[in-house]
Structure formats: C-alpha cells, structure tokens
Design a binder for this molecule. Structure first.
Ligand code: FAD
Length: 480
C-alpha cells in the first residue's frame, strides 16, 4: 500500500527516517511537499528563505529522481493536499518529521486528526534535534532556563544514534499523481535581487555535506579562536542547511566524532568542544520554543511587556539599510542584505544597537531578520533576539550595552570586515575605521570621506543613548 512521505524542513535523502522506513517497507513511496505559507503566518518564510527553498526543493527532486522517485509538489492547505493525495493514490499511511514551531505543531495535529478520520495512519519522527525536549528537564521536572545547565544535562545523555544512509532506491507507484513544478510556486524574487545570494550559497543536501567536510578539514581545529572574527570564514556556515534539514545535527555530531577520533582526541574533548557546544545553542532554541511557544511574539519574562520601546521609523530604516553611522553595525546589516547571512558576533552587535541604542522593539529586528536571513529559523531567531533584548531566559542583562566602537575594535581590529561591506570607508586608517565621526576631518577627507555625504553621521550618540536605555530599564524595574 502506498505511503506518503510528507517533506517539511527535512529536505534531504540521508538520515531521513520517514523516507528510509517507507523505502524499506517496499513502497510504493510518494514524496510530497506542500507549499502552504498562509498556515505559518505571520511567520511564513521570508524573501531570502523562499529563494533558498526554491533551490533546495529543486535539489531534493533531482536526488529523488536519481533514486528512481520524484517530488510531488502541491500548493494550498496541507490537510486538503494530503487528503487529495490519499484519495488519488490509495495511500494508507503518512510519514513525516515533527517540527517545533507552534504553527507547524498545530498543523501536525490537524493532519493527524484529519487523516485518522479517513482511516489513514500518521507516523511522526522527531529527528530535527538531538534531544527530545520532553526528556530533558530539571530535577524538579521543569524545563531548563539556563543554557549551561541544559547543555550539561544533554551531555550526560548517551550519544545520538548513528545517522541513517540514504536509501539506494525509493520505489515509486506505477502511476504518479500530478504535481506542480517548483517554478509554479513563484518563490524566486521579482525583480531579481538575489545575485548576492547566488554568489554566496549553494543550497541542497550535497552542498551541505561538502560544506561540513570542508569545515572539518579547514576550520574546525581553529574554530574556538577564529569564531568571533567576522572578517574571517571561521565558522561553519551550516545554519541555512541545518534550518532546511539538508543536513541533520546528528550527522554533524557523528562527523565531528569520526574526525576527532581520527585525530586521537578523547571523548570529553570533542563532546565538549566549542563547535558542538554551539550546536547545542540550536538545541536550546528549539527546546525553549517547544516549552514556551508564546515567546515568538511575547517576551519570555512577562515584566518586559511594559518596557517603553520607541517608535522610530527613520531609525529603523537607517538600521535596516546599514546607514547608522556606526561602521560595524552598518557592515553587518549590509552583509545581511547582500548575502542573506551575518556573522554571529555581528548579529549580537546589531541587535544590541537596535534594542539599546535605538530602543526599538526586538520584534522589529526579529521581523527584519526573518525576511532577510537565509537561515531564518523561528527558534534560533526568537532566542537570539530575546537574548539580545534581555527579555529572554539566560539572556544578556539589559544593562550590559554593547559599545559599537569598542566591539568593532575588538573583533575587527584592522577593520577588514568594515572595509569589505562599507567600501566608502576603505581608505580610512585602522585607528578611525570604527569611529569615523571622531576622526580629524582633514584625515577623513584624505581618505575620500565626507561625513553626511559619503557615509552617514551617527544616527544617535552612543553615550546618550546608553543613558536613556538604562533609564528606561530602571523605570521597568521600579514598576515591578
Ligand atoms: P557555527 O558557529 O558554525 O555554529 C554551528 C551551528 O550551531 C550553526 O549553524 C547553528 O545551527 C548553531 N548555532 C551556533 N550559534 C548559535 C546560536 N547563538 N543560537 C542558535 N544556534 C546556534 N541562527 C539561525 O540559525 N537562525 C536564525 O534565525 C538566527 N537568528 C539570530 C538572531 C540573533 C539576534 C542572534 C544574536 C543570533 C541568531 N542566530 C540564528 C544564531 C547564530 O548567529 C547563527 O546560528 C550562526 O551565526 C550561524 O552561523 P554558522 O552556521 O557559521 O555557525
């Protein structure tokens, strides 16, 4: 009897338990993807994510075809699309992966209900994360709210199971149901603004595997020392691949294990390495979203509902366009606009600038990232923003305000990152590159820069903005 394998954020063939199981049972297997952005609103995929999705679905279809199968794409409500396919193919089971996002979970429940009314069994796997959020709790049975305690608890669990290989063949039905071409989903931007994305990324499972291999060979050993330097390619850049499920965290985990064992490392050295620890930040994000689904729109710490955020359309626009007058902030925002990605250190700096220097709500920042990041992920983005704003669990305290000049000087000491993304500052000497507004005008002129003409004056004075932010925070505390 036919099995529908419902693809979601798991656009791969290897380490795919639903596909593996369906193929093992002998088929016929009908791989399905349903494009249903309305059902994820207001967090339906943004512009950069749609670009990625188009290419990832295309790559998935090609891999399925190489295994004798194909991807059936439908559009519209998921329940209806799956019910139609059940009727058309006589399928009696639906296999899929679970997701952690609130709207996606609700959809799962609807699918299970609607299918069971039709006598169709739904089987769900939870492999997008290393740990099952319901299994990891504090001693009093509560969800962890502190990363280090969560991470330690996770490390005490046994290693995740080894990843599954891709099935050699995915047996198909004698007659395929009809499906849409990927182009019909119109995921690619019009007009085409994606040149920077195309130049930077290759979506798909094959590219994800190659990126991991390259990172293990070239970047992993020095990750701990280079990961905070945005001018270098010191991190894996696996985040969009992980988000779309082109690679699984357990594939990453076991690849690291194999590599480290090959180097003679003992288990605690690689299990507690800086890189795998970062991977557990992703776990923690999914875990928090699972336990606190309201956090996508509301501060995790309820007293923050009263925080006096400012409405500042001009400030928000300057931030979005990379025209704040603070070079490290502007470089980050332009990297994001151009490539759909931003270095983690710079994400923290630009987020701090928005919520503290401009005192604009973290939700505005989260929405902009959502539309522009190729790795936009509801769990990680929500956690990152609430962490930066100080209203999440285990967050950076609000009173610790990043100084955009000092951060720039510390993490981009010779200004290479700023020069790459703000070319108008390319000739400014290192001493002034992070604070052109303090440079002697003649020196700036010699570097070809007149403030206000070639590069903006600062939109706020950091010192004054910091004082105002701290006063706002004090008012929140006083009202407690
Ligand atoms: P590496 O350093 O190579 O880390 C490996 C993997 O670990 C990453 O691919 C990612 O899956 C995970 N990881 C690393 N750091 C974090 C972290 N702090 N939080 C969660 N997971 C992490 N990450 C997203 O994937 N999607 C988002 O939408 C997102 N929004 C963010 C918003 C803000 C305000 C901040 C401060 C951080 C955000 N992050 C987000 C986390 C982090 O910046 C990215 O995961 C990281 O920069 C991805 O680059 P990489 O793959 O080279 O990471």
């Amino acid at each position: 009897k036919p099995v529908l394998v419902w693809f979601r954020l798991d656009l791969r063939l290897s380490d795919h338990a639903p596909l593996w199981e369906a193929a093992r049972e002998g088929g016929p297997v009908i791989p399905v993807y349903v494009w249903s952005p309305e059902e994820e609103a207001p967090w339906s995929p943004g512009g950069a994510s749609r670009w990625w999705l188009h290419h990832s679905l295309t790559a998935l279809d090609a891999s399925l075809r190489a295994a004798g199968s194909r991807l059936i794409i439908r559009r519209g409500r998921v329940v209806k699309a799956l019910a139609d396919l059940v009727r058309e193919t006589g399928a009696v089971t639906v296999y899929a992966h679970r997701r952690v996002e609130p709207a996606a979970r609700q959809l799962e429940e609807e699918v299970v209900r609607a299918m069971s009314e039709r006598g169709v069994k739904v089987r769900l796997w939870a492999d997008s994360n290393l740990v099952d959020p319901d299994r990891v709790k504090t001693q009093s049975g509560e969800p962890f709210q502190v990363f280090t305690a969560f991470w330690r608890r996770c490390l005490a669990l046994s290693d995740p199971p080894r990843p599954l290989p891709a099935p050699d063949r995915v047996p198909g039905p004698a007659v395929w149901p009809r499906g849409l071409s990927c182009e019909r989903l119109e995921l690619l931007p019009k007009p085409d603004w994606a040149a920077g994305l195309r130049a930077t990324w290759r979506p798909g499972e094959t590219a994800a595997g190659e990126r991991l291999k390259r990172f293990l060979k070239d970047g992993w050993r020095e990750y701990a020392t280079r990961r905070d330097q945005p001018a270098e390619e010191g991190t894996s850049r696996l985040s969009p691949h992980l988000h779309f499920g082109e690679i699984t965290p357990r594939q990453v985990w076991h690849a690291v294990r194999e590599w480290a064992e090959g180097q003679g490392w003992n288990a605690s050295r690689w299990r507690e390495s800086a890189f795998l620890r970062e991977l557990f930040w992703r776990e923690f994000a999914g875990y928090l979203l699972w336990h606190f689904p309201h956090a996508v729109e509301r501060p995790l710490r309820p007293e923050w509902e009263r925080f006096p955020w400012r409405e500042d359309a001009a400030g928000l626009r300057a931030w979005q366009r990379g025209r704040t007058g603070y070079p490290i902030v502007d470089a980050g925002m332009r990297e994001l606009w151009h490539t759909g990605w931003m270095h983690n250190r710079v994400r923290m700096i630009v987020a701090s600038f928005l919520v503290k220097d401009l005192r604009i709500s973290w939700l505005e920042g989260a929405r902009w990232f959502w539309d522009t990041l190729v790795d936009a992920d509801l769990a990680s983005n929500t956690m990152g923003w609430q962490w930066s704003a100080g209203c999440g669990v285990d967050a950076a305290p609000y009173f610790r305000v990043f100084h955009p000049v000092l951060q720039g000087q510390k993490f981009d000491p010779d200004g290479a990152y700023v020069r790459r993304w703000c070319p108008e500052l390319a000739r400014v000497p290192p001493e002034w590159i992070h604070r052109p507004f303090e440079a002697p005008p003649l020196l700036l002129e010699a570097a070809g820069v007149r403030l206000g003409r070639d590069y903006p004056e600062p939109v706020v004075s950091h010192a004054a903005a910091r004082q105002a932010a701290l006063a706002a925070w004090q008012s929140l505390r006083a009202g407690r």
